[in-house]
Write a protein that binds this ligand. Structure first.
Ligand code: SF4
Ligand code: SF4
Length: 117
């Protein structure tokens, strides 16, 4: 169940209903199974460059981050496929409350246009 969260600033009010993908870099091994599953689910081919989630490595630190394409429909396939439970999908409210309670660890992944045409 994904609830809404209301934000106010002066006369402006927005309701956030979005879900977010939460990524845990401490668990991710960089196997890229999530990319393969997403690209097959949505593009009909195993092509990480066409996945709506992309895993990127920082070579100096060995830390991975995940990037989510704006076209992601939160189908949950990547979450189910991840062998290390590094991904989860939650409502925005849960993400914000979770972020308030931790200073390091899991975080909502950035959203961008990452797939190649
Ligand atoms: S998020 Fe999971 S499936 Fe994706 S690269 Fe990391 S460990 Fe592999
Ligand atoms: S939840 Fe998004 S990133 Fe994951 S498989 Fe579905 S469309 Fe792809």
């Amino acid at each position: 169940m994904f609830s809404t969260l209301e934000f106010k600033e002066g006369d402006m009010k927005i309701e956030m209903k979005e879900k977010v993908i939460i990524f845990d870099p401490d668990k991710c091994s960089g196997c890229r199974i999530c990319e393969l599953v997403c690209s097959m689910q949505h593009q009909g081919e195993y092509n990480p460059k066409k996945s709506f989630i992309r895993i990127m490595a920082n070579e100096e630190t060995g830390v991975y981050i995940a990037i989510q394409d704006v076209k992601c429909d939160f189908c949950n396939q990547c979450v189910e496929a991840c062998p290390l439970d590094a991904l989860s999908i939650v409502g925005m409210e849960e993400a914000i409350i979770g972020r308030k309670n931790v200073t390091i660890g899991s975080f909502p992944i950035p959203v961008s246009s990452v797939i190649e045409a």
